[in-house]
Design a protein around this ligand. Structure first.
Ligand SMILES: Cc1ncc(COP(=O)(O)O)c(C=O)c1O
Length: 285
C-alpha cells in the first residue's frame, strides 16, 4: 500500500470497504459530512450509492444525510478538463461554504473508473491532499477499480506520489475470483482505534477463503510486477497484474474523455491504459 498505510480491515467487496471507510472517518473526526465527486461510482449500498455522484444515485435519493457532491476537474466533452489550480479553487470554495470543521472526509477515485476513465490534471491530487491536511479532512482513495496494477502502478495515487489516509480496494485483490475487499489504514487512523471502539463488524471479516485467494494473487507471491501490464513493446513478458483481464471494461474509450495531448504523467497513464485491447473490454467486472 502507498506510504505508511500498513493495516487493513477486510470486507467482502468494494461497497462494504467504502461504507466502513466513511464510518471510520466519521467516528475518528467526530464530523458528519463526506465530500464526494459527481462523476464517481462508490458502490450500491445505501451509503455508497449516496456517495456515488452519477445518475445511479438519483433513484435512491434522498439517501444518506451529510454527503456533499463537488465538481470534478472534468466537465464533459464540450468543456473539457480544468487545470489543477481552477479545480482546487472550486473545491476549496465548497469546503469553506460547507464549513471545514463539519467535513470528515473526501472520498474520490484517483483515476475515475466507470464514469469515463478520468485522469486528473497533474497537481490536482497533490492539491487535494494539501487542502485536506489544512482543514483536518481525511482523504479516502477509492481504488476498488484502479488498484492492483490497473493504471501501471499498484495504486493510482502512486502516479502522483500522494498518500491517502484511507484506501479502499476489492476486485483485483483476488482477481475477482472470490469476494474480498479491504480498507487500508494509516497509523494515524488505526492508532485512534487502539483507544476507541469501532462500532462495526462483519460476519465474514477476514474470511479464510478470501484471504487465501488474496494471498495467492499477491504479486510478491506470484513474482509479478505492475509494469508488466504496461508493456506492448516486447520488453516485458506481457503478464497482467491480478484482476487485469476481468476488469478491463473500464479501460475502453479513455481517449474520449481524458483530453490528453501532452507528455505529462497523466497522459502517460492514459496512453498505457489505451494499450489494452478491445478484445478484453467486454470481460466481466
Ligand atoms: C470505484 C468503485 N468503487 C466501489 C465499487 C463497488 O464495489 P462492489 O461492487 O464490490 O461493491 C466499484 C464497483 O464497480 C467501483 O468501481
Amino acid at each position: 500500500m502507498p506510504g505508511d498505510l500498513d493495516k487493513v480491515f477486510f470486507t467482502l467487496g468494494g461497497a462494504e470497504a467504502n461504507e466502513n471507510a466513511i464510518r471510520i472517518a466519521k467516528s475518528m473526526t467526530g464530523r458528519q459530512k463526506i465530500l464526494a465527486r459527481y462523476r464517481s461510482y462508490h458502490g450500491a449500498t445505501y451509503a455508497t450509492i449516496t456517495l456515488t455522484g452519477d445518475p445511479r444515485r438519483w433513484a435512491n435519493e434522498p439517501g444518506m444525510p451529510g454527503v456533499v457532491h463537488v465538481l470534478d476537474p472534468y466537465h464533459g466533452t464540450q468543456r473539457g478538463t480544468d487545470d489543477a489550480q481552477t479545480a482546487l479553487a472550486y473545491l476549496e470554495e465548497t469546503i469553506m461554504l460547507e464549513g471545514p470543521e463539519t467535513i470528515a472526509a473526501f472520498i474520490l477515485e484517483p483515476v475515475t473508473g466507470t464514469n469515463g476513465i478520468l485522469i486528473p490534471p497533474d497537481g490536482y491530487l497533490q492539491g487535494v491532499r494539501e487542502l485536506c491536511d489544512r482543514h483536518g479532512i481525511l482523504l479516502i482513495a477509492d481504488e476498488v477499480m484502479s488498484g492492483f496494477g490497473r493504471t501501471g502502478e499498484w495504486f493510482a495515487v502512486n502516479h502522483w506520489g500522494v498518500v491517502p489516509d484511507i484506501i479502499t480496494m476489492a476486485k483485483g485483490l483476488t482477481s475477482s475470483a472470490v469476494p474480498l475487499g479491504a480498507v487500508g489504514l494509516s497509523p494515524k487512523i488505526y492508532r485512534y482505534f487502539d483507544e476507541h471502539v469501532f462500532y462495526g463488524g462483519l460476519t465474514y471479516n477476514s474470511h479464510p477463503l478470501g484471504l487465501r485467494r488474496g494471498a495467492r494473487d499477491d504479486p510478491r507471491v506470484r513474482g509479478g510486477r505492475p509494469d508488466r501490464a504496461q508493456r506492448e513493446d516486447g520488453r516485458g513478458d506481457g503478464a497482467s497484474p491480478p484482476g487485469a483481464g476481468r476488469q478491463a471494461s473500464a479501460r475502453s474509450g479513455w481517449s474520449a474523455t481524458s483530453g490528453c495531448s501532452g507528455s505529462s504523467s497523466s497522459c502517460a497513464t492514459a496512453r498505457r491504459w489505451s494499450r489494452w485491447r478491445p478484445s478484453t473490454a467486454r470481460a466481466t467486472r
